[in-house]
Design a protein around this ligand. Structure first.
Ligand code: A2P
Length: 334
């Protein structure tokens, strides 16, 4: 029988895209429940060309559900994912609530699909900046292990949800019209500005939560607890695609041409590296695309041993960074 599917947070930035991916990829289903807060109950979404009514998330929402996607924040996941599992559903969770739990698989299908063989009913979808950073690196790592990685991110508004995207639009409009704007979602003015990621900085390490997630999740997904990683995460005034600058050191010498050859057949990755036209990965091209765009593939000149490479990627935060990866996980579970 085809599964009954629930999408928790269906009205949110990621939830809408989950519905879109399920539809576009013709994901088998007998029915779909769109769940959100009481505020959205009765609201009409669409699934393909059919209307889909939103219902309020409650404990009984999961009766008869086989597969539940969660994308309504950590506290909703912590409360309702165990309820869904107890009713017999398998949960693919987009929040960070369960990612570092040792029995919960943290999966990027291009990297570690084998981790899905055993799970406690919950599978965690990784942090978006982590997915976009490490998916292109995995095929390189398999051939010439990466020992050290430096990640700098340029993260879009969508990672902070639909309201943050709206804040970017509204504050930009206000700035252009020379009107005052009081930000409600993000801690700093967003129009024509950028700022260190809005998560808390741990005074002990100096790293914010987003950076710590990228570091810990890269290690868990690669199955390399000792991978040396550092990250700087920055929010930029872009709507929905993240960029990342990556510099990594391999075990043995490696050339940009070798990296190009490896990435040219890598799943989920597309090379955009046109030196003549100065055309490289950009959020505008990554938006709406399934693949992560990779370019600026070059030697890291600060490493004279020839083991280090720098490159630049752009990936749709809402697709490969969230909804698409979650739906790909579910496809493997079927
Ligand atoms: P709602 O639209 O009813 O507030 P985003 O990441 O874009 O901010 O979206 C968050 C998603 O999580 C939305 O679908 C939102 O629904 C949902 N959500 C937030 N709080 C709750 C709640 N208490 N119960 C159910 N869904 C919630």
């Amino acid at each position: 029988a085809k599964p009954v599917i629930a999408v928790v947070g269906a009205t949110g930035a990621v939830g809408i895209e989950i519905l879109g991916c399920l539809e576009k990829r013709r994901f088998p289903h007998s029915s779909i429940r769109a769940l959100a807060s009481a505020r959205s109950a009765g609201k009409q979404l669409s699934f393909g060309d059919k209307p889909l009514a939103v219902t309020e998330l409650t404990e009984s929402s999961f009766d008869g559900v086989d597969l539940a996607f969660f994308s309504a924040g950590g506290s909703i996941s912590r409360k309702y994912a165990p309820i869904a599992v107890s009713r017999g559903a398998v949960v693919v969770d987009n929040s960070s609530a369960f990612r570092m739990q040792s029995d919960v698989p943290l999966v990027v299908p291009e990297i570690n699909p084998e981790m899905l063989a055993r799970h406690p009913g919950i599978i965690a979808n990784p942090n978006c900046a982590a997915i976009i950073s490490i998916t292109p690196l995995w095929p390189i790592h398999k051939l010439n292990p990466i020992r050290r990685l430096i990640v700098s991110t340029y993260q879009a508004a969508s990672g902070a949800g639909a309201a943050a995207m709206e804040e970017l639009r509204e504050s930009t409009r206000a700035a252009l019209e020379d009107k005052p704007y009081q930000q409600k979602v993000l801690p700093h003015p967003y129009a024509f500005n950028l700022f260190s990621h809005n998560t808390k900085v741990d005074p002990a390490t100096g790293y914010n939560e987003e950076e710590s997630k990228v570091i810990a999740e890269a290690r868990k997904i690669f199955g390399e607890p000792d991978l040396m990683v550092s990250a700087t995460c920055v929010r930029v005034p872009v709507l929905r695609a993240h960029c990342v600058s990556l510099t990594f050191e391999c075990e043995r010498p490696i050339t940009p041409d070798e990296v190009r050859t490896i990435l040219s057949t890598a799943p989920g990755v597309q090379i955009v590296d046109d030196i003549e036209r100065n055309y490289f990965p950009m959020p505008k091209d990554a938006t709406g695309a399934d693949d992560i765009l990779v370019g600026r593939i070059r030697k890291d000149l600060s490493d004279v041993t020839g083991k280090s490479i720098s490159l630049f990627c752009a990936g749709d935060q809402l697709l490969k960074g969230a909804a698409l990866n979650a739906v790909q996980i579910a496809e493997l579970l079927l």
